[in-house]
Design a protein around this ligand. Structure first.
Ligand SMILES: C[S@@+](CC[C@H](N)C(=O)[O-])C[C@H]1O[C@@H](n2cnc3c(N)ncnc32)[C@H](O)[C@@H]1O
Length: 270
């Protein structure tokens, strides 16, 4: 199955994504970039360019970005960072299965991806780690779902929903069985074995009634995923979704959705 993402969903999550990103990893990356006169960046699964809009203004050198995605409807809606951040950028329609050919053409110093690696398989992640090592590129992979969701006011069905949604996460999204919440830890191991210095940090979303449109989409997505995974329980899951939305709107509930960020610097840059 090839999962498609709507631009409206990417727009909804952009502010929460930007707020969530781990500042300490950004500092390491900025310090590494500060020694360079320019930077070539390859953004995998770039969508409409949220990662570019966040990261480029934090990297204080002239940059050239390649935004790679297989979905032309998203790429056509890509937008640059705010004025005052001079970057060159190009759009490349390409499947992630062929990312290495594109990387060999664009020779990036930095390979990055946001909200992507929980969708990919073990073998694709192996190709990411070994491909980046061959290029000598730094790696910055952010906002990978870590399988945790915490509610400020527990509901008896929360644990079942979470386990069912996490099982659904491991379905094939187009590149083989997805790693889902295990992806960051696998990538740490793979990059470490390739000689990288790797750091991770939490980058959770914290959502309350003020983030209602995003939370509403999220809850609806969880109900749908859980119902696909276990259709016999879909009525209970739908009722859970209605309870969760009503608690959220009343201001009683906060949700913490766990993500991880990762930065890996080539050993030679020590
Ligand atoms: C959750 S979205 C994240 C988009 C963007 N990085 C962001 O943070 O807003 C995942 C992105 O990966 C892209 N994608 C998924 N599978 C892909 C594949 N096999 N080849 C290329 N792009 C893919 C989707 O089109 C989508 O843009």
């Amino acid at each position: 199955m090839n999962e498609r993402f709507q631009a409206t969903w990417l727009d909804l999550r952009e502010a929460a994504d930007h707020q969530a990103r781990a500042p300490e990893l950004l500092e390491s990356l900025s310090a590494w970039v500060a020694g360079k006169s320019s930077l070539r960046v390859l953004d995998l699964g770039a969508g409409t360019g949220s990662n570019l809009r966040f990261l480029a203004p934090h990297l204080n050198v002239p940059q050239h970005w390649t935004l790679l995605d297989h979905d032309p409807d998203l790429l056509v809606q890509a937008r640059p960072p705010e004025a005052g951040c001079p970057v060159q950028w190009e759009l490349v329609r390409c499947d992630l299965a062929q990312w290495r050919e594109q990387a060999e053409a664009s020779r990036p110093d930095l390979v990055t991806a946001s909200a992507l690696i929980d969708l990919v398989s073990e073998s694709w992640l192996e190709s990411l780690a070994s491909g980046c090592a061959q290029l000598g590129a730094a790696v910055h992979i952010v906002l990978s779902y870590d399988g945790t969701v915490r509610w400020s006011d527990p509901d008896p069905l929360d644990d079942e929903i979470l386990a069912t949604v996490n099982a659904h996460q491991e379905r094939d999204k187009g590149l083989g069985s997805a790693l889902g919440p295990r992806a960051t830890q696998r990538l740490v191991h793979l990059l470490d074995a390739c000689g990288y210095r790797v750091r991770t940090a939490a980058s959770p979303w914290v959502l309350a009634s003020g983030s209602a449109p995003l939370a509403e989409h999220l809850i609806a997505g969880w109900v749908q995923a859980a119902s696909e995974q276990n259709p016999a329980r879909s009525d209970e899951y739908r009722d859970w979704g209605a309870r969760r939305m009503s608690n959220l709107m009343s201001g009683r509930t906060k949700i913490r959705v766990g993500h991880m960020d990762l930065v890996a610097l080539p050993e030679s840059s020590r």
